[in-house]
Design a protein around this ligand. Structure first.
Ligand code: ARG
Length: 477
């Protein structure tokens, strides 16, 4: 085979054209600037492909060996950071092929037998994402570990629980922290389910319709650690559902991290004072010398929006596409890479923030609990236990609270004889019932904040955290 005629902007994929591509259009068309990230996965996919071609007798063993050696050399260059894509390479797939031909000569031109860049890029994306999901699950696992450690230390730390950002009922700080662990546990599981959707091999679907060569798709899939092969070639090259699912899972993780961030920001304010920021994570103001700012949680809260945007962008890209591959799909990558990077950075920052960036202030929390009427429900429950219908009890306690407010006192300031004037069933034990610690301890319904229940919840969460780490459990190699 003769070398293609080299024009000023050669067209790697075809001899069909006479004129050369406008340089600005070549730049516009190219994805090498960002898809170079897929390099190790592209090479891994090619290694499996060539092994399959040899096993099927489409390439000789000797040809396959030569190509394998070239690809391994590229793999080493990629790992060492010395791989320099040919300046004329439009994308990572073509860059690898050019380098291969430069390394092993004409035989390298046999690599692309029985495949297309359409099934190739889908394969690369899936390999890349599978790997990233494993790392992200590891990061989630670590963050959950920090939450569990904190929960263990703060089982008996009491703070106000809020609804409508109004003090509602006192709770255990461990219960609050475990609420986030619960979210992240769901996220960890959800990412595992997304991984199953990702772990499907599209290679061998060709450009859109399969191939007339006698390939063995199961073998390629097996070599790449894929669970199964895609069923329909048209779907395989145009499907990006797994990216939508990943962006969705990523968005939910960031919803959770953003809500936690919001609480840290509120709690670090002087108004709350429930946490202080250590120097490890706090930043100063260029103007106000006294300031200590919670930049880390603010950034996490802010970055969440970017990731939601990538989900939206992808959905919009997909919604109008006819089958099968369309170049619009090249736009799937930058958002994906940014979502992965942002999520990794946020998980790491939150892990550091919780581990060494904040200090809880149990005294401030306890004082906040003392100074309000968040024990009022317990007075109503007390009356219910004495046989009074809840609605009547609720009304009566409402009146008691109104009287206390008018007198500028709290429930605990009422002596027993006044309680009795409100209702004869009140006995001395009402004074214990309204003690905040007792208020928390009494909420022993399943999933509640009672210390004993939280202790059990903590043990359950610790047990599931003892399971093999995600990388050990799921990685293929
Ligand atoms: N760079 C392309 C992408 O990211 C690779 C697939 C190109 N396929 C094609 N038929 N032009 O989607």
């Amino acid at each position: 085979m003769s070398e293609p005629t080299v024009t000023s902007t050669p067209r790697p994929w075809s001899q069909r054209f006479e004129g050369s591509l406008h340089p600005a259009i070549a730049r516009f068309n190219a994805s090498i600037g960002f898809d170079i990230r897929l390099l190790p996965y592209d090479v891994a996919g090619s290694l499996a492909h060539v092994q399959m071609l040899a096993a099927c007798g489409i390439l000789t063993r000797q040809e396959a060996d030569q190509i394998r050696q070239g690809l391994e050399q590229i793999q080493q260059e990629a790992a060492a950071g010395t791989f320099r894509p040919d300046p004329e390479a439009e994308d990572v797939h073509y860059a690898v092929e050019r380098r291969l031909v430069a390394l092993v000569g004409e035989v390298g031109k046999k690599l692309h037998t029985g495949r297309s860049r359409n099934d190739q890029v889908a394969t690369d994306l899936r390999l890349y994402l599978r790997d990233q999901i494993d790392h992200l699950r590891q990061a989630l696992w670590e963050l959950r570990g920090v939450l569990l450690d904190l929960a263990e230390r703060h089982l008996e730390t009491i703070l106000p629980g809020y609804t409508h950002l109004q003090r509602a009922q006192p709770i255990s700080l461990a219960h609050h922290l475990l609420a986030y662990e619960e979210m992240l546990w769901r996220d960890w599981q959800r990412l595992g389910r997304v991984r199953e959707e990702v772990n499907v091999c599209p290679l061998g679907s060709g450009a859109l319709a399969g191939t007339s060569l006698p390939i063995d798709r199961q073998l390629t899939a097996h070599l790449l650690g894929f669970e199964r092969i895609s069923a329909n070639s048209l779907d395989a090259v145009s499907d990006r559902d797994y990216l939508v699912e990943f962006h969705t899972a990523a968005s939910l993780i960031l919803v959770h991290l953003s809500r936690l961030s919001e609480e840290v920001i509120l709690w670090a304010s002087q108004e709350f004072g429930f946490v202080t920021l250590t120097d490890a994570c706090a930043t100063g103001s260029s103007l106000m010398p006294q300031k200590k700012n919670p930049d880390v949680p603010e950034l996490v809260r802010g970055k969440a929006g970017r990731v939601f945007g990538h989900l939206q962008a992808l959905l919009v890209t997909l919604k109008g596409l006819p089958l099968a591959y369309n170049k619009d799909l090249q736009e799937d990558k930058e958002g994906l890479f940014d979502t992965v990077d942002t999520l990794k950075a946020c998980l790491e920052a939150m892990t550091i923030l919780l581990r060494e960036g904040i200090q809880f202030q149990p005294e401030r929390m306890a004082a906040a609990v003392q100074e309000d009427f968040s024990n009022a429900t317990d007075v109503a429950d007390y009356l219910v236990r004495k046989g009074i219908p809840f609605r009547m009890a609720h009304d009566l306690v409402g009146q008691i609270v109104r009287i206390c407010l008018a007198e500028g006192i709290l429930l605990r300031d009422l002596p027993l004889q006044r309680w009795k004037t409100f209702h004869p069933v009140f006995e001395a034990d009402i004074l214990t019932v309204i003690d905040p610690r007792q208020v928390v301890a009494a909420r022993l319904s399943a999933g509640g904040t009672g210390f004993a229940v939280v202790q059990e919840a903590l043990q359950r969460a610790q047990a599931r955290h003892q399971q093999p780490k995600p990388l050990e459990e799921t990685s293929q190699t």
